[in-house]
Design a protein around this ligand. Structure first.
Ligand code: SF4
Ligand code: SF4
Length: 210
């Protein structure tokens, strides 16, 4: 398979690399492109050849457009397989999460809108209740999904989603895997405070942007 093209942008490389390093906590410059991460990536067949080592290369070479706009950041399932295989202990899952957030902050249209909706609904539920309540979380996800499809006049997709989710819900119900209650975590105030603190820290000017 031909490798996706990555542009070298020397003038932008340093601040971008610094920002991704600070936000992800990963030393990207330790990567020597051995591709052990690529060989074990759980979503390797789904990303059109865009592997974890290529993501790191895009950041190191300053190709911001590619790093913020590729299938891997939206399809990564945070399984940490790549991190356990990496001889330099680079956890690409933290890098994909960081780049996904940066793409959202930059207003880049997600390549996988459903994944973006799922991500938003998951975070919202976790922040509100201190844990993810399945019914509230799935309700919000489906609402976001349906609104987007309505905006695109994609009514067939809405019907298909209702059908597949109803089938799935029924099977889960039969297997007693559906939880209807709303359980709030005792520490949800602390979780909200942590979230606010993290947001305030992100809003503050970082050394990379000065
Ligand atoms: S396994 Fe680690 S060092 Fe090797 S290419 Fe992947 S990130 Fe780089
Ligand atoms: S954490 Fe993401 S990038 Fe790493 S192996 Fe799993 S799916 Fe692939």
């Amino acid at each position: 398979m031909t490798e996706p093209a990555i542009e070298i942008q020397p003038e932008r490389a340093r601040p971008f690399l610094q920002e991704v390093t600070e936000r992800s906590g990963q030393i990207l410059t330790a990567c020597y492109q051995c591709k052990r991460c690529a060989a074990g990536c759980s979503v390797g067949d789904e990303t059109g050849g865009f592997t974890p080592n290529l993501l790191i290369r895009a950041v190191v070479l300053g190709d911001r457009e590619t790093a913020l706009n590729n299938p891997l950041i939206w399809k990564c399932v945070s399984c940490y397989t790549c991190g356990t295989r990496c001889p330099n202990d680079i956890q690409t899952a933290r890098i994909t999460e960081t780049l996904k957030k940066m793409a959202k902050e930059a207003g880049i249209e997600p390549l996988q809108p459903k994944v973006a909706d799922f991500h938003d609904a998951f975070l919202h539920s976790g922040m509100r209740w201190g844990r993810v309540n399945e019914m509230a979380f799935m309700g919000m996800y489906e609402m976001k999904n349906a609104l987007r499809e309505v905006r695109e006049s994609n009514y067939e997709a809405i019907l298909e989603e209702i059908r597949t989710q109803a089938e799935l819900g029924l099977s889960m119900f039969r297997l007693r895997r559906m939880h209807f209650g709303f359980l709030a975590s005792k520490g949800r105030k602390e979780i909200k405070a942590l979230y606010k603190k993290a947001k305030a820290k992100k809003a503050a000017p970082s050394a990379a942007n000065i």
